[in-house]
Ligand binder design. Structure first.
Ligand code: NAD
Ligand code: MG
Length: 395
């Protein structure tokens, strides 16, 4: 029996995780659940999974949750905790074996690090945490004997396509890691019309149903940029060892190419319950509730090269990784601010990449050895992005 803390329980990954957990009550017990705003759903989840703790961000949501739990016909024993520190508490609690890190964005970094410091098994969906703190998080994982299992479908596919033996990529005979990318909703959209696309269009992903932030990131392909950085840290690769391949169908989730000419890939229907189940059960396998892949129905698999003019985000991420230090955290923070502004109608779609490029160029990297240093860079980059956006709207 594994005891689980699920951070970001009300999100797309959180809900899919609980669907898999619900299939295996003999294997997984929920210890804590967290949510930012969707208190009604969190209340239902607490009741259904008998969570010992629930964490919300503010006192107001805590009141609302208390009220909803009190209204239940049978007494609910869930204790309600508030604030960012409480996320760290439930992520590092001695009774917890596994932490699903499924908060979106920088807000998930401190709790992910806390889980690593406590030596937990971490199922990592929150790629922004690793992008921001790559060296620190990987070192913390190694130092405290934690286990880091990627839930991101591409990285989970790479794990499944690599030999399980420890060691460097070169020693394993790996020539390249190939991350597939659907290309998002604007793969064939006229370049000149990208300035007019709306948040609703950007969030309408052809293959995956996801949270808003990652949906916009998929449309700009900053998601693939973040995933490139994520791959470098997870697999100890240099950016030039990681290729991006456009595969609009999202059937092949990524590939590993070996020096002898072999290419191993992981395939499946595009459903996050597969990588979630893989990470939950690893090294075993459990059912995920996902239909078997019907290759005769797929019939043909299609690929295209990446167009860096259409998708400058991948180039920016490579630059950030090569610059090192706080540069990936700076890029991530600028992008979070720009995406939020786009979703709120304050920034055009094509301006997201402009804000990112300018903030990355304006701020020099500094050391990213501690959480404080990383959060300071994150804060500075957010301010810089806001100033940049103000200059752009004045012009
Ligand atoms: P989502 O927006 O659906 O859910 C986000 C969750 O985080 C919610 O539970 C929300 O309550 C919580 N949250 C948001 N802001 C918070 C804050 N400030 N403090 C505390 N909690 C907060 O997002 P998602 O699509 O589930 O994505 C979650 C993470 O997983 C992201 O990092 C994303 O990149 C990654 N991911 C998602 C998918 C996918 O298919 N959805 C695939 C790969 C990776
Ligand atoms: Mg992914």
């Amino acid at each position: 029996m594994q005891t689980l803390t699920l951070l970001g329980a009300t999100g797309s990954i959180g809900r899919s995780t609980l669907e898999v957990v619900a299939l295996h009550p003999e294997r997984y017990r929920i210890f804590a659940l967290s949510a930012h705003r969707n208190v009604p759903l969190l209340a239902q989840q607490c009741v259904r999974f008998d969570a010992r703790y629930a964490v919300v961000s503010h006192a107001q949501e805590a009141e609302q949750l208390h009220r909803l739990l009190r209204q239940q016909p049978v007494p609910v024993l869930t204790e309600v905790l508030v604030g960012a520190q409480a996320l760290c508490t439930v992520a590092s609690h001695p009774q917890v074996d596994t932490v699903m890190a499924a908060i979106v964005g920088a807000a998930g970094l401190p709790s992910t690090l806390a889980a690593a410091q406590a030596g937990k098994r971490i199922l990592l969906a929150n790629k922004e945490a690793l992008v921001m703190s790559g060296s620190l998080l990987m070192q913390t994982v190694h130092h405290h004997g934690a286990t880091l299992l990627p839930v991101d479908s591409e990285h989970n596919a790479v794990v499944q396509s690599l030999p399980a033996t420890p060691g460097a990529l070169q020693a394993k005979g790996v020539a390249r890691i190939i991350l597939t990318a659907s290309g998002g909703p604007f793969l064939h959209h006229p370049l000149s019309a990208l300035a007019q696309v709306t948040p609703a269009q950007a969030c309408k992903h052809p293959n995956w149903s996801m949270g808003q932030k990652i949906s916009v990131d998929s449309a700009t392909m900053m998601n693939k940029g973040l995933e490139l950085i994520e791959a470098c840290w997870l697999f100890d690769a240099r950016p030039e060892q990681v290729d991006i391949l456009i595969h609009p169908q999202s059937i092949i989730h990524s590939l590993v190419s070996y020096v002898d000419g072999s290419v191993l890939a992981q395939l499946g229907n595009p459903d996050m319950r597969t990588p979630i189940a893989h990470a939950l059960a690893w090294p075993e396998r459990i059912t995920a509730g996902v239909a078997a892949l019907d290759l005769t129905a797929v019939a043909a698999l299609h690929f295209l090269p990446l167009d860096l003019e259409r998708f400058p985000a991948v180039r920016l991420a490579t630059e950030a990784m090569n610059r090192g230090g706080t540069s990936p955290a700076i890029l991530n923070a600028a992008n979070e601010v720009a995406v939020e502004a786009f979703l709120q109608g304050r920034l055009r779609f094509d301006q997201i990449a402009q804000v990112n490029e300018q903030v990355l160029a304006q701020l020099s990297p500094t050391a990213a050895d501690t959480l404080q240093q990383i959060l300071a860079a994150d804060d500075l980059a957010r301010q810089q992005a806001l100033q940049q956006m103000a200059r752009m709207s004045a012009a």
